[in-house]
Write a protein that binds this ligand. Structure first.
Ligand SMILES: Cc1ncc(COP(=O)(O)O)c(C=O)c1O
Length: 449
């Protein structure tokens, strides 16, 4: 055993969302990687079926990104953020603004997704204060949503397991049920429902008082709950309702952005342009901590004015706009665009979808296979007709996910669902290898229960 794995060594670390007393017994410690392959410190090989956690769009050790990092390392790695910015940050913001749809043209860089969503909610509040509606402060988000680990991001998030230990959370956040057609929170059926879950937003804004609501924040495709893809009318309806009530629409595109859903941004996949867009994860492909919040001209205008008016955005982080991270963002985004990886995600995603559906027919426990591009979720059920779930105690998804991990495949797993999001550069052969491990893991677990 590699000495780094000794419990007395590992016990000084805190791994995300892990009970450390269990983790230290057999810690998974990664060591090196290449493309979609990753090895732990014992030399065990894994295929990265989740891009780390929806991050490594380009896979690992991508030569052009490594070259861009080396080049920037030799020039500048940090520059006084209270005094100015730096060449890679300015160039990257301009490039990103040229790619984001509509007039989303103003970019604030950050180091994590949570910072980017906090930035979005803060910019929304300050915008209204500076544009004649100072009482608009509430943020409406959805149950099942996840918008970050910081207190503001948590307050907007909607899963009790993540929220409750830290309550009371900041005030001014209102939740509505999410859009989940397979398990509709209103027990309606699409399309007869008329997309009631979107219409419900109208009631909530009216009841909260439109003059108190600053923004609605949603992930175009929800991750928690098992890759919840809304029907085509859902996001356009949210856009329409926000416009009716003069409320800003924020898309948290941490997962759906940067080519993952088959277009560069989820906004384009669904044909809806938000007022503010949050990006992270794939934006650096994991080569540096990086995220971004992008807002439109209307929002931007409220922050321009004479110096004595104090209209500037009162917000910053030490590492926001870090030159090394910005250089990485530029190189990664360039590569995603130049190599036409969104189109590749569509193409390979269609193959992945077909394979998952075919295996679902065979194994009989895939209640719903849903996704876009290279972002797919599988809801696991005991009975495909009645949609009866497996009992919580079976933890079917966890068992399958853990078995896959033992066999060398990384997925996202939950008691009732599994998600796949391999790097956008995955080859068909590599995807076949991933699917072979996944399918045999499902078969193994089914034989046991
Ligand atoms: C949709 C979404 N928003 C925000 C975040 C928070 O990002 P980070 O973990 O980089 O702070 C995540 C992270 O998983 C996410 O999936």
């Amino acid at each position: 055993m590699d000495p780094i794995k000794h419990p007395d060594t590992v016990r000084h670390s805190v791994v995300d969302f892990r009970q450390m007393s269990v983790f230290v017994r057999d810690p998974l410690i990664f060591d090196h990687a290449e493309g979609v392959h990753i090895w732990d410190v014992d030399g065990k090989h894994y295929l990265d079926g989740l891009s780390g956690v929806f991050v490594a769009a380009l896979g690992h050790r991508y030569p052009r990104i490594i070259a861009a990092i080396h080049e920037q390392l030799e020039k500048l790695t940090f520059a006084a953020p209270l005094h100015g910015t730096n060449r890679p940050a300015v160039a990257f913001c301009e490039y990103l603004a040229s790619l984001t749809p509509g007039d989303l043209n103003t970019v604030k860089l950050a180091s994590s997704g949570s910072e980017a969503t906090e930035t979005a909610m803060k910019v929304a509040r300050q915008f209204w204060k500076q544009s004649g509606h100072p009482t608009k402060f509430k943020v409406i988000s959805r149950y099942y949503g996840y918008h970050g680990a910081t207190l503001g991001g948590m307050a907007a998030s909607g899963t009790p397991k993540r929220r409750v230990p830290f309550e009371p959370l900041p005030a001014g956040f209102v939740h509505i049920p999410t859009c989940h057609c397979y398990r509709c929170p209103y027990q309606k059926s699409y399309p007869e429902c008329g997309v009631f879950c979107a219409e419900y937003l109208r009631q909530v804004i009216a009841l909260e008082g439109p003059e108190t609501v600053s923004a609605v924040i949603v992930e175009p495709i929800g991750n928690t709950g098992g890759i919840l893809v809304p029907p085509p009318e859902y996001l356009p309806k949210l856009r329409q309702i926000c416009d009716e009530f003069n409320v800003l629409l924020i898309f948290d595109e941490m997962i759906t952005g940067m080519g993952r859903t088959g277009q560069l941004f989820g906004a384009q996949t669904f044909g809806v342009i938000p007022d503010i867009m949050c990006l992270g994860k794939g934006i650096s492909s994991g080569y540096a901590p990086l995220a971004a919040t992008v807002w439109n001209e209307r929002v931007a205008q409220a922050f321009w004015g004479p110096e004595e008016a104090n209209l500037e955005f009162g917000h910053g982080h030490t590492f926001a706009g870090n030159p090394l991270s910005a250089a990485v963002g530029m190189a990664v985004t360039h590569e995603i665009v130049e190599q036409e990886l969104p189109a590749r995600a569509r193409e390979l995603g269609a193959y992945l979808e077909a394979r998952l559906r075919a295996f679902g027919e065979q194994c009989g426990i895939f209640g719903e296979v849903r996704g876009k591009g290279l972002l797919w979720g599988i809801e696991l059920v005991r009975d495909g007709v009645t949609r009866e779930a497996f009992p919580e105690s079976t933890a079917i998804g966890v068992r399958i996910g853990k078995r896959a991990l033992e066999r060398g495949l990384i997925t996202r797993y939950d008691p009732q669902w599994i998600a796949f999001a391999p790097p956008l550069v995955t080859t068909k052969t590599e995807l076949d290898e991933m699917l072979a491990i996944f399918e045999s893991s499902v078969s193994d677990v089914l034989a046991e229960i």
